[in-house]
Design a protein around this ligand. Structure first.
Ligand code: PEP
Ligand code: MG
Length: 756
């Protein structure tokens, strides 16, 4: 029986110099087994590390020296293999009587009876085992087990920093997480992709585990707790309208944990044992995880996941590692995983490596979805429990078309996925072949199909798809990807390049639509935080108030379009006078340039977006003043239904094919047609074949859609009898059936309309 019980603190104090020294990792391991064995009065202390899928004896005090780097155990084999596989601690007074005991003669361990071993865990995977043995049959004290676990935590960082183990073959400790898993979600951006899981908010790497100054570490944790609570309060004050996507339930849990005395106390105790603030936070989290593995309750598991989130947040604050995975750079084909993302955050990723996105939240018309669509990156949203089921580095097969993501595919699944991808590419080739065909209905009506764009590279879509032009160029994308306000010259260069690439096809530039979920950090002032930014100071409202911003953009557009037609469109026009003011601002800039003899556009055509329902009541006043109108159904529907377009809980609640929306659009279409002004729809609705069919049935003849949808929409148009559809739609809207979507789907099927 050891005379005195060694605490974690005593051992860490003795380990401090070893860990801080510049000696090689192997020498450090040798020193650790010496110190731990002696401190715990154990004849034997050994470290096994996972290498090439087996546990190899790396360092020992007390076992035969010849066994080092010779003795190996498979996962699940012997006591050591069992500890690694289960991620559980064993504490035995008679090792040999345990059913899993496996005798290794070369070690000479037959003389030892008592045995205690703890897993060395890294990122929820076992990467090794630390154990002690003693000739006397006795169980180790709880304080000693705690000390062993703390040392294991220190070792985990040491071996990771020294690259001693191969994490890829490490035994995963998450339930189900080595098994193949198919997780369903909501289709946000269609497509298929395979890649390795990367978390948008990466786990913090802990560099120092043993503290120099315990008091200083304590203060760091206090300060981090304060900062974290502040952050949570701030998110909570903004979250009511789903701005950040975090919803109520989660925030309540966040708050509960952020102020949980027990959590803070446990971290403090871990600091008392001699760990740094980072290591203490991680140590407490490891203990919580170990407890959770024994409780099989999905509800509790969700809560624990929130704690995991918060613990990671605390780690990020305390270590100052605040960056996202984008800053670290992507090293291979990646499927990005996040609770939610902002459009600017998504744009920070390397487009060559980012193959897909899986969100726990997300909605169809949130700007991040639109940006992903523009980037051609498939997105699956509302994927419940993804962060519990998927570990960083897992291979994922993302099939948004089928509405799911497959984690850790079993043999054969990858081939099946590739085959499906191949088939999809062939289908796309069929659509691509429609590039030269015109979108003309069976009864001879020409529909104008344009594309939405916003990034420089998007312009290539015009040639690829054979679209009629760019019906919506979202100029704010340039502002979103920039760290500072883009200068006039930069703006002008982009607009000119876009016009050059488009040639004689029209491009409609929409003036900046910032605010809402398209926040620009360099424009927002702290005192301008809004409770409901989607209905707040955004788009034209902001642009008219910040006249300087709009003037610069007007000049950039006018200069870029010198000698050609400039089509300019204002977002979120709510009252006709706003359109007048914006137009006057452009006219004044034009005059200014004219007075100085600068080259001007040959013609300027002004348009408005109809996104705010109130404007529909003022069309008689507005229509005579403008050249064209474009309906932004993304914003329009959120305002018509009073349902935040980015709110995950409302993502599937209201249908674009509801009678209210279609009747509203019909009421707008009639006066615009009577006034002889071109009317387009440029929201996401127009890019879906059935919805686009309904729009054509209302008499709308111009669509501006995501480039990937051009082929399918052309195919639909070319299989459609417009006159028959219009008659049918009129009847349907008069006495709408309960399920308008079903009725339209049935009509399409009966009339041979191709809906991809
Ligand atoms: C819309 O609101 O429908 C629209 C096209 O504009 P955005 O999606 O950029 O807000
Ligand atoms: Mg809009």
């Amino acid at each position: 029986m050891p005379s005195a019980v060694a605490s974690a603190r005593e051992i860490l104090v003795r380990l401090h110099d070893v860990m801080a020294s510049r000696t090689p990792a192997q020498a450090k391991l040798n020193a650790v087994v010496g110190i731990v064995g002696e401190a715990m009065s154990s004849e034997v202390c050994s470290i096994y590390l996972l290498r090439d899928g087996v546990l190899e004896l790396y360092a020992t005090r007390g076992l035969a020296e010849e066994a080092v780097h010779v003795t190996t155990l498979a996962l699940g084999e012997g006591l050591v293999g069992t500890i690694a596989e289960q991620g559980e601690t064993l504490n035995l007074d008679e090792a040999a009587s345990h059913p899993d005991f496996a005798y290794r003669p070369e070690t000479g361990e037959e003389k030892f009876h008592s045995f205690a071993g703890v897993p060395i865990i890294r990122r929820e995977r076992s990467v090794g085992v630390l154990c002690v043995q003693h000739a006397d049959p006795h169980r180790y004290d709880d304080v000693e087990i705690e000390a062993l676990q703390t040392v294991a935590m220190v070792l985990s960082e040491l071996i990771a920093n020294a690259d001693l183990v191969d994490a890829s073959s490490a035994a995963s400790l998450r339930p189900q997480s080595t098994a193949t898993m198919r997780i369903p979600g909501l289709k946000l951006v269609e497509g298929m992709a395979s890649g390795y899981a990367v978390y948008h908010q990466p786990r913090v790497t802990i560099e120092h585990t043993v503290a120099e100054d315990t008091e200083a570490e304590r203060h760091r944790v206090y300060a981090a707790f304060d900062k974290m609570r502040e952050q949570i309060e701030r998110i909570a004050s903004q979250a009511e309208f789903g701005v950040g996507g975090e919803h109520d339930e989660v925030l309540q849990t966040y708050k509960m944990f952020a102020y949980d005395e027990g959590w803070a106390r446990r971290i403090n105790e871990a600091i008392d044992s001699g760990l740094t603030a980072e290591a203490a936070i991680e140590r407490v989290q490891q203990r919580t995880r170990a407890r959770m593995r024994q409780i099989d309750d999905p509800l509790l598991a969700d809560r624990m996941h929130d704690l995991e989130d918060l613990s990671n947040r605390l780690l990020r604050i305390v270590s100052g590692q605040m960056g996202t995975a984008a800053q670290g750079g992507l090293r291979q084909d990646t499927i990005l995983i996040a609770r939610n993302l902002g459009p600017a955050e998504l744009l920070e990723y390397d487009r060559r490596r980012l193959k897909g996105v899986v969100l726990e939240e997300g909605s169809l018309t949130a700007h991040v979805t639109i940006v992903a669509r523009a980037m051609g990156v498939p997105v699956l949203g509302r994927v419940k429990g993804v962060r519990r089921a998927v570990a960083e580095g897992d291979l994922l097969l993302l099939d948004v078309t089928a509405g799911n993501v497959l984690a850790r595919p079993a043999a054969g699944m990858e081939e099946a996925f590739e085959a499906k991808l191949d088939l999809r590419q062939k289908r796309r080739a069929v659509f691509a072949a429609l590039k030269g065909e015109l979108p003309i209905t069976k009864d001879g009506h020409r529909i104008t199909v344009m594309v939405n764009a916003g990034l420089r590279d998007d312009v290539a879509a015009l040639d690829v798809t054979g679209a009629d032009g760019i019906g919506l160029f979202r100029t704010e994308f340039q502002f979103l990807v920039s760290a500072t306000l883009p200068a006039k010259a930069q703006q002008q260069r982009l607009y000119r390049e876009v016009l050059d690439a488009a040639g004689d096809r029209p491009v409609i530039f929409r003036t900046v639509d910032i605010g809402g979920d398209k926040a620009l950090p360099y424009l927002n002032r702290a005192d301008e935080e809004e409770e409901n930014p989607a209905m707040g100071w955004r788009a034209l409202r902001l642009a008219l108030d910040r006249g300087g911003l709009m003037k610069v953009q007007a000049r950039a557009l006018l200069e870029a379009a010198a000698g050609r037609t400039l089509n300019v469109m204002f977002p979120m026009v709510s009252e006709p006078w706003e359109f007048d003011e914006a137009q006057a601002l452009f006219a004044a800039q034009r005059e200014w340039m004219h007075a100085r003899g600068k080259r001007l556009p040959t013609e300027i055509r002004y348009g408005a977006m109809l996104e705010v329902p109130a404007l529909a009541e003022m069309l008689d006043v507005l229509l005579p003043r403008l050249d064209f109108l474009s309906i932004g159904t993304n914003d329009l529907t959120q305002f018509l239904f009073a349902a935040d377009r980015a709110h995950p809980k409302l993502a599937e609640r209201y249908d674009w094919l509801s009678p209210a929306i279609l009747r509203f659009l019909a009421r707008v279409e009639a006066p615009v047609r009577a006034a002889g002004k071109p009317l387009a729809v440029c929201g996401e609705m127009g890019g879906r074949p059935l919805e686009a069919m309904a729009l054509i049935g209302l008499g709308i003849e111009r669509l501006s859609i995501t480039p990937a949808a051009v082929g399918p929409i052309k195919a639909m148009v070319r299989s459609l009898d417009r006159a028959a559809l219009m008659a049918h739609m009129a009847a349907l809207l008069k006495t709408p059936p309960r399920d308008l979507r079903a009725a339209l789907t049935a009509w399409a099927a009966d009339n041979g309309v191709e809906l991809a």
